[in-house]
Write a protein that binds this ligand. Structure first.
Ligand SMILES: [Zn+2]
Length: 444
């Protein structure tokens, strides 16, 4: 059995061959911390985690690196709007981001690097690119000259690059118009107190150089897997390849893996369309993070995922039904090799999670199968869906207050008030069961 994965660079499934015997190096583009990550962004982080969990399940050791983009055009602008120092502002959103990952049962990457803490290494790489003639100085910054790179644009399948001399300071730009891009942006008044001194002039790094530096810093000049959402293929990942390979003279990454978008009825979920949903919004509506995660696993990671509340409801029902059935199964301490083998084959086929989930369902429905619980346990090492964990019930503070009040009423033998409070609690979705000494709260 071999692991095959789809490589954006070659546009086909390839047999996975790690560079090092003892570990697989993965770099994932992390969040730009100027706002909450929406559920479309979170889909990508769920997949990054599934990828890592799958490799561990298959017996590999993994070094997983992720960056935090805590300085760029967007973070500077947003922090100024909020009258906060850049670091204070970005740390807040960083914390919220990791809370979301935690809710989704995503294992934190082994290395998390902040851009602002790695600027000296970025300056070094930019100097190298200047020394080698791949970069040049313009009036507003240091730029990478794409005409110097014969392979520029291979990842994004760009048509022949026009020999233009245009350049762009903005980090995000249109695929139809590849241009020389900023490695370093010279200080401008709008940057406020955000700048670093560099031999080529004070300023701040461009977004693309951040990832080239932070990935190679931990994983070396060449590493195995780089992940990100599909919209990062151009310009971000295209530029990462150009800079890194020009600086090191070596191949940068062997396998590029990209996750599909999350589509709403109105199209792709994006800030510019204004159809954003955050994890918190789903929780407010009565869904939990595992139910959303279950939903994302039902679509192959490369495919667009069509999000709707009906779709989420169906996932919620399926997930809860699955958990209920599993909670009734007795553990015979055996493992079911037949189902585990089928499951492994699905994982090895470009991380086919929809198939892996259907194998789990088949196992559960198979009346003659043994070893169900131990096999589900192994499968859940990959899914991370907490199939065997008892649900902890979160009691809203409002309900807690009413319960305390009711306890007091009962002590005072004020049965009328106690019954009224019980009704109030019921309206909030909880039933109070009175035992001899204490009351138990049950969620409806
Ligand atoms: Zn990146």
């Amino acid at each position: 059995m071999v692991l095959e994965l789809y490589n954006t660079l070659t546009r086909k499934k390839e047999v996975f061959k790690p560079i090092h015997k003892d570990y697989v190096g993965i770099y994932s583009c992390g969040p730009t911390v100027y706002n909450y990550a929406h559920i479309g962004n979170l889909r990508t982080y769920i997949f990054n985690d599934l990828l890592k969990r799958s490799l561990i399940f298959l017996g590999y050791k993994v070094k997983h690196v992720m960056n935090i983009t805590d300085v760029d055009d967007k973070t500077i602008k947003a922090s100024q709007k909020n009258h906060e120092k850049l670091n204070d502002f970005t740390r807040k959103y960083e914390k919220i981001f990791f809370n979301d990952l935690n809710e989704l049962n995503i294992i934190k990457p082994d290395y998390v690097l902040r851009a602002t803490e790695n600027v000296q290494d970025m300056i070094k790489m930019i100097q190298k690119l200047l020394d080698k003639g791949y970069a040049y100085k313009a009036s507003d910054g240091i730029y990478f000259s794409i005409s110097k790179d014969k392979n520029y644009g291979k990842l994004a399948n760009l048509k022949k690059i026009k020999d233009n001399k245009e350049r762009i300071k903005n980090d995000e730009y249109d695929k139809e118009n590849p241009q020389d891009f900023a490695l370093w942006k010279f200080y401008a008044k709008e940057d406020g107190d955000v700048f670093w001194e560099a031999p080529f002039g004070k300023g701040r790094p461009g977004w693309h150089i951040e990832c080239s530096v932070m990935s190679t810093k931990v994983l070396g000049d060449s590493f195995d897997i780089h992940t990100g959402a599909t919209d990062l293929i151009f310009p971000h990942h295209t530029n990462e390849i150009a800079q890194s390979q020009a600086a090191t003279g070596k191949n940068f990454v062997n396998y590029w893996i990209h996750t599909g978008f999350l589509n709403m009825k109105e199209g792709k979920m994006s800030k510019s369309v204004g159809n954003i949903l955050y994890l918190e919004n789903l929780i407010e509506k009565g869904y939990n993070a595992m139910e959303y995660k279950y939903m994302t696993l039902n679509t192959h990671y490369r495919m667009p995922l069509n999000f709707s509340i009906e779709n989420l409801d169906a996932s919620k029902n399926a997930y809860q039904r699955l958990k209920n059935i599993i909670s009734e199964i007795k553990n015979d301490k055996k493992v079911n090799d037949k189902y585990l083998k089928e499951f492994t084959e699905a994982i090895e086929d470009d991380f086919d999670m929809p198939r892996a989930l259907s194998i789990l369902w088949n196992l559960i429905r198979d009346e003659n199968a043994n070893g169900k619980i131990e096999t589900i346990k192994k499968m859940d090492e990959v899914f991370g869906l907490k199939f065997l964990e008892k649900e902890e019930i979160k009691i809203p503070s409002e309900v807690k207050k009413l319960v305390d009040e009711r306890e007091r009423a009962r002590k005072e033998k004020n049965w009328k008030k106690s019954d009224e409070l019980r009704d109030k609690i019921k309206k909030l979705g909880f039933i109070v069961e009175d035992n001899e000494n204490r009351s138990k709260l049950v969620k409806i």
